[in-house]
Design a protein around this ligand. Structure first.
Ligand code: XMP
Length: 529
């Protein structure tokens, strides 16, 4: 179930109605990749609620139900009389057909995965400039057997007599397949045909337009007040801070709590590169010792997370008090706090079902709830790829905007066992080697993230020269993913793995073994702890 975000832009949205099969976010992202703003709403919205959002167009997403199943979500026929362009996808296509008087029936022939579709009839409509015979990605049991009156049948497949239809006059369209999935050969083309030929929308959602609008919104919200922003070293807080800096300059003070659990070079990235590229004022709290002593003797991952989260909040509050005191001396008050909340956090956090819960433990490193600040959340409408694009537009260094997702508790949850300064140093070296080699092989874009994990509680035996050695294994965990909810292990070339392994065992004292994690998620998680 989704929870709609508060409006963070004045753009009329293409609304994606979420029927609950995880496709809605992907559809919204693809629409935005076509430079059109898009928002997700739950299927429980009535037609009146949908129209109240003043949509530029509506896309009905796929979903797991059969339209005839008891309690299956339906769509009101009045939606199709509102003069808004609509595209139905998979379940949304069937719900649309059923609502408009077409027939949907069980075919007995399920189509799942790559499926050939043939274009039929005169009109190409939203299938313009696509092949007459094309590969699509399907996932359905029922099929539309008869299109509603007034609709042209555009395509068919073995299991779907009506695989796509159109009513050009009313600007209503539907496809049985998933155009948002990359395996659909002309998926993006079909979506763009709908957006630009069908709904006649303009391309006005770009990194540049987002930047301009957010700067304007921040100025309106903040006025001449002072603003505080915590930097974690990650992409989101860096881009959020840079946006606010662009909007209100020196009214912003950034705070960087260095907990000592970052990777090699990351603290410098914040302290030097971020500051150089934005000109932002930065307050650094060097708290490495504090975190190490709070974590002494602790091996349990959840306890580590709690301690890191708790100490982080305390350290941040101390820094905040120091900055407030300084501002007060100048007769000023700090009223706002910047947070790098993203659109997927907002969409997921409302429902408390399924995917949303998986992420609930990831708020470590977040801030206390009883904050007396008003929040500034300039990324609330954005997906991660958009945040990166805006960051690049703002002139942030590629190392910051291209940074892989990295957990708030940092290397603290990549050491299986107790955390010590020595172990952190060892893991930093191994991680730096693995990252450098991945980059040198030109494969940064092939992996979503590559945790490097130190099994500090395991002693592995090795041989060096004439003697046996006892060291620790390092685990490489490269994964491919779209959103970290599911993931697969990345098939990195053997030569690259060999090189990483050789370098780590030769160069990092205390490590005598490198192993590769070949578990998908589920059942494994991405991190080891
Ligand atoms: P898992 O390990 O649950 O990770 O498959 C999914 C994504 O979340 C990140 N992760 C965390 N992020 N605090 C965070 O801020 C955490 O405690 C945490 N644990 C995992 C992980 O790196 C991956 O991107």
């Amino acid at each position: 179930m989704t929870n709609p975000a508060k409006a963070q832009t004045s753009q009329k949205p293409v609304l994606v109605v979420d029927y609950g099969a995880q496709y809605a976010q992907l559809i919204a992202r693809r629409v935005r990749e076509a430079n059109v703003y898009s928002e997700i709403v739950p299927h429980t919205y009535t037609t009146a609620q949908l129209l109240a959002k003043n949509p530029a167009a509506i896309i009905l997403s796929g979903g797991p139900s059969s339209v005839y199943a008891e309690g299956a979500p339906s769509v009101g026929a009045d939606l199709f009389e509102a003069g808004i362009p609509v595209l139905g996808i998979c379940y949304g296509f069937q719900a649309m057909a059923a609502a408009l008087g077409g027939t949907v029936a069980e075919t007995g022939q399920r189509e799942y995965g790559a499926t050939q579709v043939q274009i039929i009839g005169e009109s190409r409509s939203i299938l313009a400039a696509t092949d007459a015979d094309q590969t699509t990605w399907m996932s359905h049991g029922d099929a539309v057997h008869e299109a509603p009156a007034g609709f042209d049948v555009l395509a068919m497949s073995a299991g779907a007599p009506v695989a796509a239809f159109a009513n050009e006059e009313k600007c209503l369209f539907g496809v049985q397949w998933h155009p948002e999935v990359k395996h659909s050969a002309f998926g993006q083309k079909v979506l763009e045909n709908f957006l630009f030929n069908g709904a006649k929308l303009e391309k006005n959602w770009t990194a540049n337009s987002i930047l301009d609008e957010q700067v304007e919104l921040i100025r309106n919200q903040v006025g001449s007040a002072k603003v505080l922003c915590g930097l974690s070293g990650g992409v989101d807080s860096a881009v959020a801070a840079a946006l606010v800096q662009r909007a209100v300059g020196d009214q912003l003070t950034c705070v960087f709590v260095n907990h000592g659990l970052l990777r090699q070079g990351e603290a410098e990235q914040v302290e030097l590169d971020f500051v150089a590229s934005t000109g932002a004022k930065l307050y650094v709290a060097n708290e490495q010792e504090r975190f190490l002593s709070a974590l002494e003797g602790v091996s349990d991952p959840e306890t580590k997370r709690k301690i890191i989260g708790r100490e982080f909040i305390r350290a941040f509050e101390e820094a905040e008090r120091a900055i407030m005191a300084e501002a007060a001396l100048e007769g000023e008050e700090i009223k706002f706090l910047v947070q790098g909340t993203l659109y997927p956090d907002v969409v997921e956090s409302g429902g408390g079902e399924g995917a949303a819960n998986i992420k609930s433990h990831h708020n470590v490193g977040g801030l206390p709830e009883d904050l007396r600040f008003e929040l500034v959340e300039p990324l609330r409408a954005l997906f991660k790829d958009e945040v990166r694009a805006v960051g690049a537009e703002l002139g942030l260094p590629a190392e910051i905007v291209g940074r892989q997702p990295f957990p708030g508790p940092g290397l603290g949850i990549r050491i299986v066992g107790e955390i010590t300064g020595e172990r952190l140093e060892l893991l930093r070296q191994a991680d730096a080697i693995a990252r450098a080699e991945l980059t040198a092989a030109g494969l940064d874009n092939e992996v979503w993230q590559m945790p490097v994990v130190l099994l500090a509680d395991v002693r592995s035996v090795g041989v060096m020269g004439d003697g046996r050695t006892y060291g620790h294994p390092i685990v490489l965990r490269p994964v491919s993913s779209e959103d970290a909810m599911t993931a697969d292990w990345s098939r990195l070339p053997y030569d690259l793995l060999a090189k990483i392994s050789n370098r780590i065992t030769n160069e990092v004292d205390g490590v005598n073994r490198v192993v590769l994690d070949v578990t998908s998620k589920p059942p494994g998680t991405i991190e080891w702890e």
